[in-house]
Design a protein. Structure first.
Length: 160
């Protein structure tokens, strides 16, 4: 029986099919972050208007404990660089020029969803913090963070 989140994801793909027409490079969607991702897709669709500009996601994943969403349009494929050091994480986006107003807006929308994921459990969406599970970082709430093996977090991905 499909999960509620699986049904939400399928509905999202039906509503905004153009966003998901990409080779399977890795589109992983996480239960706790799905509602923010859905909201971001709705905002992106509104920002694009009638001209979808060839927009599509090229990758969706977890990185350094939070969500990461990558996209392309007919005009641009922004490059993202993440640098982690003991003082934190530095994120750089390049490739967006002055004439890429809509793409800049999309980047802002997606960065906001990513930032929200830094404080939401990857599994349930409750308030959480980024924790280390062996060599893996994930944002987890108190309940799911108690499992230091990270086994419970393996079920965070909404399967197709």
């Amino acid at each position: 029986m499909p999960s509620h989140e699986f049904e939400q994801l399928q509905n999202l793909k039906q509503r905004f099919g153009y966003m998901f027409q990409t080779p399977l490079l890795g589109l992983d969607f996480y239960r706790g972050w799905l509602s923010d991702f859905i909201s971001a897709c709705e905002e992106i669709d509104a920002a694009l208007g009638d001209d979808k500009r060839g927009f599509h996601f090229t990758q969706a994943k977890e990185k350094y404990g939070s969500a990461r969403y990558y996209f392309s349009t007919n005009a641009v494929s922004p490059l993202r660089l993440s640098i982690s050091d003991p003082n934190g994480l530095l994120e750089l986006t390049t490739g967006l020029k002055d004439e890429h107003d809509v793409e800049k807006r999309i980047a802002i929308i997606l960065h906001a969803a990513e930032k929200q994921s830094l404080h939401k459990c990857i599994l349930c969406g409750a308030t959480g913090k980024v924790r280390r599970f062996g060599g893996w970082l994930a944002c987890a709430c108190e309940v799911h963070g108690a499992d230091q093996s990270g086994d419970a977090l393996r079920s965070a991905v909404v399967r197709r």
